[in-house]
Design a protein around this ligand. Structure first.
Ligand SMILES: Nc1nc2c(ncn2[C@@H]2O[C@H](COP(=O)(O)OP(=O)(O)OP(=O)(O)O)[C@@H](O)[C@H]2O)c(=O)[nH]1
Ligand SMILES: [Mg+2]
Length: 264
């Protein structure tokens, strides 16, 4: 047992002075009274089951030519506002539907439906993220138009959604400028697993000390391939970049679906 953090890491690890780090063991986390091996086993079981549901969702998306995006962020970064504005602009150009994830309320799905798009609200109760099984059920309630875009707004949380593949083709982290530029370093898993960072609420920059270049450098330090779009869902600055990015992602998805069909 580690004499500093008390975890059952059998491999041994060091802590910096003045710091107790509960993620130093093999499992990367610690639960009192549970060995690192047991934690690894539990995580492997849970994620293994989730991954098979995610593969099922992915094949539904592929069969119907759907581009699925998983939108993750801390609470209130602007996910629903961004979606509402995006859906207004996609209207008549690309069919789109939305799965909304929140612990409680159907507020966000109600906001989405006002744009005319189909939306299903998933409430997770005590749960802090969506999983692929929940998304699979929600898909049964959506039209799944061929060639459409499915936006999945995850529960506002920068930690728990990171490990759960929903079957999406693209993962987008929304980081608002009111949150501080150090978030990619403090919550690296979610940035490491994402394809794109949307730096949102740029209209507020004149009132803040937020350093845009530093935030981008931190995101790239965690994930050198990550792309960045700066935008304001309020003033709609940066929307052309976002819509262009979406269109490119749709084309890449169509090509992948075509290659999958050709290989079958
Ligand atoms: N100034 C400014 N405010 C924004 C912007 N985007 C969203 N907001 C505001 O931020 C608040 C939260 O926005 P939401 O879209 O509900 O955020 P969310 O990420 O969906 O929140 P949860 O679903 O609760 O995690 C609202 O008051 C929005 O009006 C933006 O670009 N600029
Ligand atoms: Mg929301």
């Amino acid at each position: 047992m580690c004499t500093v953090c008390g975890c059952n890491d059998t491999q041994g690890h060091k802590h910096e002075a003045g710091q107790v780090h509960y993620g130093k063991g093999e499992a990367g986390t610690s639960v009192a009274g549970m060995s690192q091996q047991r934690l690894i086993q539990i995580e492997t079981d849970i994620l293994g089951k989730n991954n098979s549901h995610a593969d099922r969702n992915r094949s539904v998306f592929s069969k119907n030519g759907i581009l699925a995006l998983n939108l993750v962020s801390s609470p209130g970064s602007g996910k629903t506002t961004l979606l509402v504005e995006t859906l207004k602009r996609l209207s008549g150009k690309a069919p789109a539907s939305v799965i909304e994830g929140d612990q409680q309320t159907s507020n966000d799905a109600d906001r989405i439906r006002k744009t005319g798009a189909a939306a299903v609200q998933i409430n997770t109760g005590k749960g802090c993220h969506l999983d692929a099984h929940m998304v699979g059920h929600a898909l049964e309630k959506l039209p799944l138009d061929p060639g459409s875009i499915l936006f999945i707004e995850n529960v506002g949380n920068l930690v728990c959604p990171a490990g759960f593949d929903l079957g999406e083709a693209v993962r987008v982290v929304i980081l608002s400028v009111t949150e501080g530029e150090d978030k990619p370093l403090k919550y690296p898993d979610i940035f490491a697993s994402a394809d794109l960072v949307i730096l949102n609420k740029t209209d507020l920059l004149p009132h803040l000390d937020f350093n845009v270049e530093q935030a981008i450098a931190h995101a790239k330090r965690v994930n050198r391939k990550i792309e960045v779009i700066q935008m304001s869902a309020k003033t709609c600055e940066g929307f052309d970049d976002w819509l262009g990015w979406l269109e490119d992602a749709r084309e890449r998805q169509a090509l992948r679906d075509c290659q999958t069909k050709a290989a079958e």
